[in-house]
Design a protein around this ligand. Structure first.
Ligand SMILES: *Cc1c(COP(=O)(O)O)cnc(C)c1O
Length: 406
């Protein structure tokens, strides 16, 4: 039985008030709140077993190592990776994509091509532009239509033996559009031997991901958008690909033998985990997968889809309100503007006075804003603990903004 009140009781922060009003937290695409189970595991790590991992033979060091490796296996299961050593701990999606772009440097030469899409977050644009600067490769961008749907006939046109990387997100953070990843991957495989990178920052919080079935080469996501602490994230890469590529950061933990004449590197996953990791955070990320799986990913998806549908229907009843990508297949996000009335941040400020937290502005996706010829949108984004009553409060706030800004 799905019981949203029981789930809410696991999040202390949801009892807070903001500007004298109960908090209505609808900024989950920026970061989710953390359940007590995740926070307790994190705290317990520091209170009871804090020690550095993979080095010490003393008891606490071994316990910390065991807990972190157990968490790695939980995450392996969560995304259905074939091996636990294909799961690399990072600081988040941004670091994961930069890592991939860096280790692929020697694989690209002048006039090779990297394909991304119009719907990408800046962190799936800029690292590839930097790779182009290093190598002379060129960036090609799959366009989208007025509904925020990618136009895949352009992908067919772009793909060639020059294509070395295809990197797209599974779900857009600005609009919530769910991209046709299966089709993108099968087209890419059929027409090139490019590396396929999937940005899963907005998909893993909302539905089941199976990296083997998907058959991507790399998959990256952040912990903090899926109920885990900030500063945690995962890079998944296929064994044979990660083994063949060079390391990223050099330092402790990532060596087999280090001497001034020659250093050899450790095997996976340690080759890509130089330095002291975020042990407590990484353990808490495993606990966040437990939290999600205990509720059930299908239950989460059903609830969030119902919230999205309800929010969209209620918002569209208002005059002059435009929902972006209204007709596209979406999850977790409704992005909108009051046409001719103020700017998105004005609406956001009025909502904040009522305790309603939403994101306004460009959402780290300036090309999308340019496409629609706007400076930003108001974005309400949902998590498993949100309720229909909260959406009523959002809609009330938007009505008030409409009156105040008219
Ligand atoms: C949030 C987000 C990122 C960046 O994640 P960080 O946690 O800030 O590193 C990248 N892509 C998408 C789709 C996102 O939503």
């Amino acid at each position: 039985m799905f019981d949203v009140q029981e789930i809410r009781s696991q999040f202390s922060i949801l009892n807070e008030t903001v500007n004298g009003k109960p908090l209505v937290y609808l900024d989950n695409a920026a970061t989710s709140q953390k359940p007590n189970s995740v926070l307790e595991i994190w705290k317990k790590y520091y209170q009871e077993i804090n020690a550095n991992v993979h080095r010490g033979i003393h008891t606490l060091s071994q316990l910390a190592t065991e807990e972190m490796e157990l968490s790695r296996r939980k995450i392996q299961k969560f995304i259905n990776a074939k091996h636990d050593f294909e799961v690399i701990f990072t600081r988040g999606t941004t670091e994961g994509i930069n890592l991939i772009a860096y280790i692929l440097t020697a694989k690209l030469k002048k006039d090779d091509e990297i394909i991304i899409s119009y719907l990408e977050h800046h962190s799936n644009i800029v690292p590839w532009q930097m790779l182009c600067e290093r190598t002379g490769a060129k960036l090609r961008v799959i366009p989208m239509d007025e509904n925020g749907v990618l136009q895949l006939d352009f992908l067919d046109q772009f793909l060639s033996e020059k294509t070395k990387v295809v990197s797209v997100n599974q779900v857009s953070n600005a609009l919530g559009v769910v991209n046709p990843i299966e089709e993108i991957i099968s087209k890419t495989r059929a027409q090139s031997d490019a590396y396929i990178v999937i940005d899963g920052a907005q998909s893993v919080p909302h539905f089941t991901v199976d990296v083997q079935k998907m058959d991507c080469d790399f998959f990256v996501f952040s912990g903090h958008k899926m109920y885990a602490p900030m500063g945690t994230g995962i890079l998944y890469g296929k064994q044979e690909i990660l083994e063949a590529l060079p390391p990223f950061h050099g330092g402790g933990e990532m060596i087999a033998v280090c001497s001034f004449e020659k250093t050899t590197y450790a095997g996976l996953p340690f080759k890509y985990e130089a330095g002291t990791p975020n042990v407590g955070g990484n353990i808490a990320l495993g606990a966040a997968t437990d939290f999600i799986l205990n509720i059930g990913q299908q239950n989460i998806q059903n609830h969030e889809n119902a919230l999205l549908e309800y929010a969209q229907r209620k918002l569209l009843e208002l005059d002059g309100l435009k929902v972006y990508a209204e007709k596209a297949h979406r999850t977790g996000v409704v992005s909108f503007n009051l046409e001719g009335v103020g700017i998105s941040s004005d609406v956001g400020m009025i909502l904040d006075k009522m305790g309603v937290a939403v994101r306004t502005g460009h959402h780290c996706t300036q090309p999308i804003m340019e496409f629609f010829n706007i400076a930003g949108t108001v974005r309400a984004s949902f998590a498993v603990y949100n309720t229909f009553e909260e959406i009523d409060l959002l809609v009330e706030g938007v009505k008030k903004a409409q009156r105040m800004l008219a």
